[in-house]
Write a protein that binds this ligand. Structure first.
Ligand code: PEP
Ligand code: MN
Length: 345
């Protein structure tokens, strides 16, 4: 059960909390834009919600049956629209985020950013802290990478998203990025989720490679219950028996999660396939399936990339892809959010 209170007094909130505890339930309180949202967990009886509706300060009571509460469609019937520096996820326009796997140098990131913008991307990606399978692989430029990300983002006039891998780095990353990314490997790093929830930034939450949909939505619940107002989910492929692709991109997750949750869902066809030849077809399929955005790895010289070259599109291939995506989007009643710097079609 979720109890939404509109600008309640301290006494009104205390009364509701007391009544919840008295009913044998555990309250969890969150203040968001003037509303106090109280989640009461622990075998709520649906009939009980009426008793709360009558209490002073209570706007509405929603009986939510699923374990994820704030992330559920039951709690919010309409699609959530997440805004990041003028870019919106979950509205009619489908934004494209593009950039290299990792920020490698100022020149590499600037060249990529200019190519991304010219092709119609409206947000930049680029890793500064890279979670690599091998400790001997390039780990990212870390603090220097964050500075490059921020500088180039401002120079080209696009917001930036980057991954944060350590609770101790959240504050630092939040001062450089418009959106914080939780990577697949950290989807269930609960200490990190709790810290990121407090950072006051929108969050891009990737699906863990072995996470089912409920676990993914429960990770979103950590963010929402911890104070994040804006969460965008990202399907990036799951691990299956198939070895020809890096991951198996689960596009059925897009319509399914949009049915279960009000949160926007975007798709990462780069990590989802691991192969640049498959990125375009899967990006087109994602838009056809209702994705609220795409995040695509691109590089001016993929053969020289320090990470994920095999799945990175060249700037020319990316430009071609955004043209094709505009047609797919139109076919499903949407548009590609190509921003002001986008190419002419
Ligand atoms: C990334 O986006 O650079 C990344 C490491 O992705 P994932 O967490 O999905 O593997
Ligand atoms: Mn990558």
């Amino acid at each position: 059960m979720i109890i939404v209170m509109n600008a309640p007094t301290a006494e009104e909130t205390a009364r509701v909390l007391e009544k919840i505890r008295h009913s044998g339930l555990e309250p969890h309180c969150l203040v968001d834009r003037g509303k106090t949202i109280i989640t009461a967990v622990g075998g709520a009886d649906p009939g009980r919600s009426e008793q709360f509706e009558r209490l002073a300060g209570v706007e509405r009571v929603v009986a939510v049956q699923t374990p994820y509460k704030l992330a559920s469609r039951e709690f919010r019937a309409e699609n959530s629209v997440v805004a990041v520096g003028g870019v919106t996820f979950g509205a009619d326009a489908v934004p494209i985020i593009a950039g290299p796997c990792a920020v490698e140098s100022y020149d590499q990131f600037r060249e990529t950013a200019l190519g991304a913008k010219a092709a119609g991307a409206v947000m930049l990606r680029g890793g500064a802290f890279k979670p690599r399978t091998s400790p001997y692989s390039f780990q990212g430029l870390e603090t220097e990478g964050l500075a490059i990300l921020r500088t180039v983002g401002r120079e080209v006039g696009l917001p930036v998203v980057t991954e944060v891998t350590d609770p101790r780095a959240v504050e630092l990353v939040a001062t450089h990025a418009d959106m914080l990314q939780i990577g697949a490997r950290n989807m269930q790093n609960f200490a990190l989720l709790k810290e990121v929830a407090q950072a006051g930034r929108p969050v891009l939450l990737k699906r863990g490679a072995a996470a089912d949909i409920q676990e993914w939505l429960m990770a979103a619940e950590y963010l929402l219950s911890g104070g994040t107002a804006a969460v965008v989910l990202c399907e990036r492929g799951i691990r299956t028996f198939e070895t020809h692709t890096r991951n198996t991109l689960d596009l059925s997750a897009v319509p399914l999660v949009k049915h279960l949750s009000h949160l926007p869902v975007i798709v990462d066809p780069s990590h989802g396939t691991g192969n640049w030849r498959l990125v375009g077809p899967m990006a087109r399929a994602a838009v056809a399936a209702g994705a609220d955005g795409l995040i695509i790895e691109i590089h001016p010289w993929p053969e020289e990339a320090l990470s994920d070259g095999p799945q990175s599109l060249t700037l020319a291939n990316f430009r071609q892809l955004t043209r094709e995506l505009a047609k797919v989007a139109a076919a499903v009643g949407r548009t590609i959010n190509s921003g002001k710097g986008g190419q002419k079609r």
